[in-house]
Structure formats: structure tokens, C-alpha cells
Design a protein around this ligand. Structure first.
Ligand code: GUN
Ligand code: ZN
Length: 432
């Protein structure tokens, strides 16, 4: 039997979907415990009972703090770490002014390694233990992220961003090289340790039909891989897609026609969808990724969470670093709440927390391994101080139940609320 650790504190996980079942989908223990063995959760339950049953376990007492599954960020661009919070542009100008010049720097493997390490340390400090990341067109940018994730023991999904048009000279590949490089990276990294390869055409405007076709073929050869791209983020972008693909029925059809619509597809933003697109996405059970801080920061629009959930769509939550304005999934939950309010639906704290953990894990098809507290699940955890600032503490002090205690941290919390983070059962050194 391996080394056993017992974490004590409040515990919060989900054994259902609070969009379907309400807050009752949550499993909360006020004086709970999470037993960890060999990097996995061995048991979850009443803390005193677990302690009595496992007298040899090493005990780490987190007091009144909340032990949660680590956050799962379902759409990020780690190469945009250094240009987060860049002022004043909308999507296409923002890409040309800020994003592409920074992504060109990833031709230098040392720069890629430095930013990959910086990025993963930042997200761990924010309680995020899994991300699905775009890299740049450079294979070395994928090597850098996977190497850094491997060193930290993290479950990370990522892929080489493919672009063969409408991008600067030094940021373009070709249909053939995108296929070859993606395939080589996939073969090297997919399924190694906790890493998985994601086939990554950036979006239809920066790929020729030939490139989309080539990546569709690669996906057909490796259907267990995820595929990630962008869909219907801004109105101007949609008009551009229409002019580039005049034969397509709609934006989604540019992917569908080239073999890039499927159950393992992740479609970022998905704000301005046509009825046909919504129906097809639901029919194939693809995942839509909501990026609320990005959608307000770049001025993209208001995601229809309530309408899409009512349609039975699979939905994840994401920062979209660095179009998104924060590395924190707490801030991202707050933005999702605010966007919901603007659309006339107040998301319940249980729904927000589920989206940031089990919901995003389910979107990434990892819902059987991460995202909740249950025996057999990987012990990626974040421990939340529910009174991390005076403003939050005075509000939480008046709470009558868990959700009232949690909501001030959702709305006002940041990395100061992260008391500890565990990756595969091991505490992350840099977090308090
Ligand atoms: N669409 C295509 N590329 C990007 C990107 O890097 N960020 C965002 N927000 N949207 C995109
Ligand atoms: Zn994105």
C-alpha cells in the first residue's frame, strides 16, 4: 500500500449536473476529508470518520477552507501570457496588433520554455490544475508546454496552432506541414504521462480549405484526440468567414465540410450561432467553450448559457488567456455570472462551480478522471480560503449556507483565495 494522506476541511464535489438537478447535484461536507493514495482520491467523506479509519495517514488540516477539485480551464492560449490586458482593440485588430507579434517570438525555444513555465505557475497559483491550450505554429511551443506540464505532473491538453493564410509570413505553415508537424507531435506526446494532443486549426479565416481538410483527415486517423478551434466570436469575423468560404452554409459548415465537426470537438466562444449551427452542435454532442472575460474584454458578445444548456449542449468554461483578462477561474465564474445577468439568468453558485470543475472536465472528455471528488479520481485539488480578504470575510460571515459562503469568493476572489493546490496528490510548492 502506498503513502496515504488525509486532507481535512470542507469538501465540495458534484455527482450530477446542477443545470439539470439543481444545487442538490453537489456533495458538501462541512467537516469533511479527502483521502489520497498514489496520486488518486481513495475516499471522500466525514473527516473524523476517515481519520479514525485511517490512523496511519498523514493528516493535513485545512480548517474551515474548502477542498474542491482543481479548476479546469477549457480554452487558453499560453503564448499570450505576456500580452494579457492589452488595450483598445477588437478581435481582428487585437490579433494583428498584439497577438501575432508575441506569438512570432515563440520561434525561439528559450522564449517558449520561459513563458510555458511562467504560465503554468500562474495558473497553479490560481487553483487551476488542467488547461486545454493553443500553442503557436512552432512545434517547439508545444514541446515547451508539454515539457513544463510533465515536470509539474499536470494533466494538460494542447496542440500546435495551424495557420496557412491571413497571418504574418513568420506565422504561417502550409496544409502539408501543419498535417506533418501535428502528426509528429501527436505521436510523440499523446497519452504520455498526463498529456494529450489536441488538433488545433486556429479558426477558418487563418486556414485554407486545404489545411482544414488535412487536419480533418488527421482527426479521422486519430478520433480519440480532441480538436479545438474558434467559432462565431465576433460579428465582423463571421462576415469575413462568409467572404472566405462563400459556399458554406454558415461558420460551422466551414469546419463540418472539412471533417472538423465531431463529439471530441471544442468550439471556443460560440456566441452568434445560427439555429442550424446550434442544432448540429447538439446533435453531434460537441463542446462549446464559454470565455466570458474575453467576450466582454474584446467586445464580442453575450454567450447564451441558459438557452444552450436548455438545448442540452455540452458546455465548458474558460479564461481564454490572453484575450481573456484574467488567469483566475474565480474571476471567470464572476464574469459568467455577470453575462448571465445581462441575459436575464442568474447562474447559481453551484452551476458556476460545476462549470469551472466537472463541467469543463466533461467538455474535455476527462470527466471520468478529474473535476470531482470521488474515489478513483485523480487528486488534482484546490483549497479555497472563503475569507481571503476583509471584504470577502465580512460578507461571508453572514452566510446561512455553503452557497452564500462561496458566492463572495466567486465574485471578489483572486489568487489570495487559493490556500493550496495539489497536483496528483502532491502540494504545489509555490502556492501558499
Ligand atoms: N480567434 C482566433 N484566434 C483567436 C485568439 O487567439 N483569441 C481569441 N479570443 N479569438 C481568436
Ligand atoms: Zn481562443
Amino acid at each position: 500500500m502506498g503513502d496515504t494522506t488525509l486532507l481535512l476541511g470542507q469538501t465540495l464535489g458534484f455527482d450530477g449536473d446542477p443545470f439539470a438537478d439543481g444545487p442538490a447535484a453537489a456533495r458538501h461536507h462541512t467537516h469533511g476529508g479527502v483521502l489520497i493514495r498514489d496520486g488518486r482520491i481513495a475516499d471522500v467523506g466525514d473527516g473524523a470518520t476517515l481519520r479514525a479509519d485511517h490512523p496511519d495517514a498523514r493528516v493535513i488540516d485545512h480548517g474551515a477552507a474548502l477542498i474542491s477539485p482543481g479548476f479546469v480551464d477549457a480554452h487558453v492560449h499560453y503564448p499570450q501570457t505576456a500580452i494579457i490586458a492589452s488595450w483598445g482593440k477588437r478581435l481582428i485588430d487585437w490579433l494583428n496588433s498584439y497577438t501575432f507579434p508575441e506569438e512570432a517570438r515563440f520561434a525561439d525555444p528559450d522564449h517558449a520554455a520561459m513563458i510555458a513555465a511562467r504560465y503554468l505557475d500562474l495558473v497553479l497559483a490560481n487553483g487551476t490544475t488542467t488547461v486545454a491550450s493553443y500553442c503557436t505554429i512552432h512545434p517547439a511551443s508545444v514541446e515547451a508546454l508539454f515539457t513544463a506540464a510533465q515536470a509539474r505532473g499536470m494533466r494538460v491538453a494542447a496542440g500546435k496552432t495551424c495557420m496557412d493564410r491571413n497571418a504574418p509570413d513568420d506565422l504561417r505553415d502550409t496544409a502539408q506541414s501543419a498535417y506533418d508537424d501535428s502528426r509528429a507531435l501527436l505521436r510523440k506526446w499523446h497519452g504520455v504521462d498526463r498529456l494529450s494532443y489536441v488538433i488545433t486549426p486556429r479558426f477558418s479565416p487563418t486556414s485554407s480549405p486545404d489545411q482544414l481538410q488535412a487536419l480533418g483527415a488527421l482527426w479521422a486517423e486519430h478520433p480519440d484526440c480532441l480538436m479545438q478551434t474558434h467559432l462565431s466570436e465576433q460579428v465582423d469575423e463571421i462576415a469575413w468567414v462568409r467572404s472566405l468560404y462563400p459556399q458554406a452554409r454558415d461558420y460551422l459548415d466551414t469546419y463540418e465540410a472539412h471533417g472538423l465537426l465531431g463529439a471530441n470537438g471544442l468550439y471556443g466562444h460560440a456566441i452568434h450561432l445560427e439555429p442550424r449551427e446550434r442544432e448540429r452542435l447538439a446533435e453531434v454532442d460537441a463542446a462549446l467553450i464559454h470565455c466570458p472575460t474575453s467576450n466582454t474584454f474584446i467586445g464580442s458578445g453575450l454567450f447564451d448559457m441558459a438557452g444552450l444548456m436548455a438545448q442540452g449542449q455540452r458546455i465548458g468554461l474558460a479564461t481564454d488567456t490572453g484575450g481573456g483578462s484574467s488567469f483566475s477561474m474565480l474571476r471567470t465564474m464572476a464574469a459568467a455570472y455577470e453575462v448571465g445577468q445581462l441575459r436575464g439568468h442568474a447562474l447559481h453558485p453551484a452551476q458556476l462551480w460545476w462549470l469551472a470543475t466537472a463541467g469543463s472536465a466533461r467538455a474535455l472528455r476527462m470527466g471520468d478522471r478529474i473535476g470531482t471528488l470521488a474515489p478513483g479520481f485523480e487528486a488534482d485539488l484546490t483549497v479555497i480560503d472563503l475569507a481571503s480578504t476583509p471584504a470577502i470575510a465580512q460578507r461571508a460571515a453572514q452566510a446561512d449556507d455553503l452557497w452564500q459562503a462561496l458566492f463572495p469568493t466567486i465574485m471578489m476572489g483572486d489568487d489570495r483565495a487559493i490556500a493550496a493546490t495539489y497536483v496528483a496528490g502532491r502540494p504545489v510548492a509555490s502556492v501558499k
